[in-house]
Design a protein around this ligand. Structure first.
Ligand SMILES: N[C@@H](CCC(=O)N[C@@H](CS)C(=O)NCC(=O)O)C(=O)O
Length: 218
C-alpha cells in the first residue's frame, strides 16, 4: 500500500505542488484522477471528501486523515516527513519562504483558477488575457522578493516549499503566454528545479490522466 492517495488532475498546479513535495521526500502515493473539465470536482461525492470542491485532496492511507488544501498538505508533509526538509530552521527564512508561497497560493492561483476563468468568460471577458495579466503581476512580486534571497533555488541553495509552489505556477504562466524573459531570477530557479527527478515526474504531460494526445514519455 502507498503512503498516500492524491485526488488529482493532470494540469492542476495545486496538485503538482503537493506531488513535487511528495516525490522530493520519497513518500509514495497513488492517484485518483478527478476530471475538472467534466466537473467531477463539483460532484457531491467529491465534496463529501473535500468540501472545497477542488483538487488536490491528500489522504494518509494509514490513518485516513484527509487534507483538502494544498498549502496545508505541504506543511503537513513537512512536519510528518522532516527528511529532505523544505523549510529551514531560521524564523526569518521561513517567513520569507511563506511570503513567496503566498504570492502564488493566495495572490495568483485563486484569481486565475478554472472557476474564475469560466466566470470571466460568462461576463464577456477574455479569460486568457485576465489570466496573463494577473499572473504577470504576481510573478513580478515573486521576482522582486526572490531577487533578495534566491540562490540556486528561491531561497538560497536548498529547495523549499516556495519552489514546489513556483514550478507549476510557471508552467501555467508559460501556457498563457506570460513573457518569462521579464523574470530572470525565476527563470534561473526554474532551470535548476526542472533538472530534479521529482519535478520531471510531476510534469503535467506525464500523469496517469494526461490525455493521450498531450502525453509525453519524458
Ligand atoms: N486553495 C486551494 C485551491 C485548490 C484549487 O483551486 N484547485 C484547482 C485546480 S489547481 C481546482 O480544483 N479548480 C476547480 C475549479 O476552479 O472549479 C488549494 O490550494 O488546494
Amino acid at each position: 500500500m502507498s503512503d498516500y492517495t492524491l485526488y488529482s488532475y493532470f494540469r492542476s498546479s495545486c496538485t503538482a505542488r503537493v506531488r513535487i513535495a511528495l516525490y522530493l521526500k520519497g513518500v509514495t502515493c497513488d492517484d485518483i484522477p478527478i476530471n475538472l473539465l467534466k466537473n467531477e470536482h463539483a460532484s457531491s461525492k467529491h465534496k463529501e471528501l473535500n468540501p472545497s470542491g477542488t483538487v488536490p485532496l491528500l489522504v494518509n492511507n494509514s490513518s485516513g486523515f484527509k487534507i483538502g488544501q494544498s498549502v496545508a498538505a505541504l506543511e503537513y508533509l513537512e512536519e510528518t516527513h522532516p527528511e529532505h526538509s523544505l523549510l529551514p530552521k531560521d524564523a526569518q527564512a521561513r517567513a520569507t519562504i511563506r511570503q513567496l508561497v503566498n504570492i502564488i497560493a493566495c495572490d495568483i492561483q485563486p484569481v486565475t483558477n478554472l472557476r474564475i476563468m469560466r466566470q470571466v468568460r460568462s461576463l464577456g471577458g477574455v479569460a486568457e488575457n485576465w489570466n496573463l495579466a494577473l499572473t504577470t503581476d504576481g510573478l513580478q512580486a515573486y521576482e522582486a522578493v526572490a531577487q533578495g534571497c534566491a540562490g540556486k533555488y528561491s531561497f538560497a541553495d536548498e529547495v523549499s516549499l516556495a519552489d514546489c509552489v513556483l514550478v507549476p505556477a510557471v508552467w501555467n504562466a508559460q501556457r498563457f503566454g506570460v513573457d518569462m524573459s521579464k523574470f530572470p531570477v525565476i527563470q534561473g530557479i526554474m532551470k535548476n528545479m526542472e533538472e530534479l527527478d521529482a519535478v520531471k515526474r510531476a510534469r503535467y504531460m506525464v500523469q496517469s490522466d494526461t490525455p493521450e494526445d498531450l502525453k509525453q514519455s519524458k
